[in-house]
Design a protein around this ligand. Structure first.
Ligand code: SF4
Length: 294
């Protein structure tokens, strides 16, 4: 019914959603740690609106009950407002049972959208965006070529909040290597404290391209923290987080230690779990290397 340009990625929580590939690839595609869209067929381009409409009509005609739609690929919010509005209106009119539309978003995707336009998209069902902040530390962000800073990330998260669009933020553990681990954790916590996102998840950076680009970014040698180092970084992050009501998940397959809770309510318990993992790793269930899905 829908012909995707593979590979297609989506957040784990969108496993039940209809994936509409409104763009192909990522408009930025430069982060040193990411090879999601590096294959030639994944070169960035916007999908034609006629094709999107055809796909939505085909889903509607099949009688499938669709309640959630995820707009792929890597940063669908890069589309201009008018295109996003048209897509949301099509979904709304042809798939009336849809309760939530979501997508990935880079902070800079919001530069050309006014608060009123974001509120309009919200009213059409776009109620959640996944923002891969990766870090709140400017040095780390510069080295990994994210093209964002603490300030630009915060401005985007605040703009979303003003429009009542929920943010689900991702922070990458280990992204600063051993050299910048502490400042990566502390400044990521500062960013989250200032932004107060509705959801926060962490996963461990993996380097599928090999370390070459990361080594270049880190003056010749990027050293990923070992298990204890990752625990320490998680401890630094959690200890510095001052969140009012954020659903926190660190349960991606890349994590040794599964952590889940609501921050701040569960902060003490989560910090305690990490401390236990640091002091007595044998005493709690940790993922083995082969289970970590790297
Ligand atoms: S913005 Fe996201 S999808 Fe694009 S290169 Fe960076 S990490 Fe990968």
């Amino acid at each position: 019914m829908i012909k995707y340009i593979e590979p297609v990625f989506r957040p784990p929580s969108e496993w039940k959603s209809l994936i509409l590939q409104v763009t192909n690839g990522c408009s930025w595609n430069q982060c040193t740690f990411c090879d999601m869209y590096t294959q030639p067929q994944k070169k960035y381009r916007a999908q034609k609106i006629e094709k999107i409409e055809q796909e939505i009509r085909a889903i509607a005609a099949s009688g499938a009950i669709v309640q959630r739609v995820f707009l792929a690929d890597g940063d669908a919010m890069t589309l201009p407002f008018a295109r996003l509005e048209a897509i949301c209106m099509l979904i709304r009119s042809l798939l009336p049972q849809v309760q939530r539309i979501s997508c990935y978003c880079l902070p800079r995707n919001l530069n050309n959208k006014t608060p009123e336009q974001l509120a309009r998209l919200r009213s059409l069902g776009l109620t959640l965006v996944y923002v891969g902040c990766e870090s709140g530390d400017d040095d780390v962000l510069l080295r990994v070529q994210k093209g964002e800073t603490f300030a630009t990330s915060l401005a985007a998260l605040q703009k979303l909040k003003t429009a009542n669009i929920k943010s689900s933020v991702m922070i990458l553990n280990g992204l600063g290597g051993t050299a910048l681990s502490k400042q990566h954790a502390v400044n990521s916590a500062k960013l989250m404290n200032a932004a107060q996102p509705e959801y926060l998840s962490t996963l461990v950076v993996t380097l599928p391209l090999g370390k070459v680009r990361m080594d270049e970014a880190f003056d010749g040698q990027f050293v990923l923290p070992d298990q204890q180092g990752l625990f320490r970084e998680m401890h630094d992050l959690l200890s510095a987080l001052e969140l009012d009501k954020t659903i926190f998940r660190s349960d991606h397959a890349s994590n040794y230690l599964v952590l889940k809770g609501i921050l701040g309510r569960d902060k003490a318990r989560l910090v305690n779990q990490v401390e236990q993992a640091m002091a007595q790793p044998q005493s709690i269930p940790l993922r083995e290397e082969w289970q970590r899905g790297l």
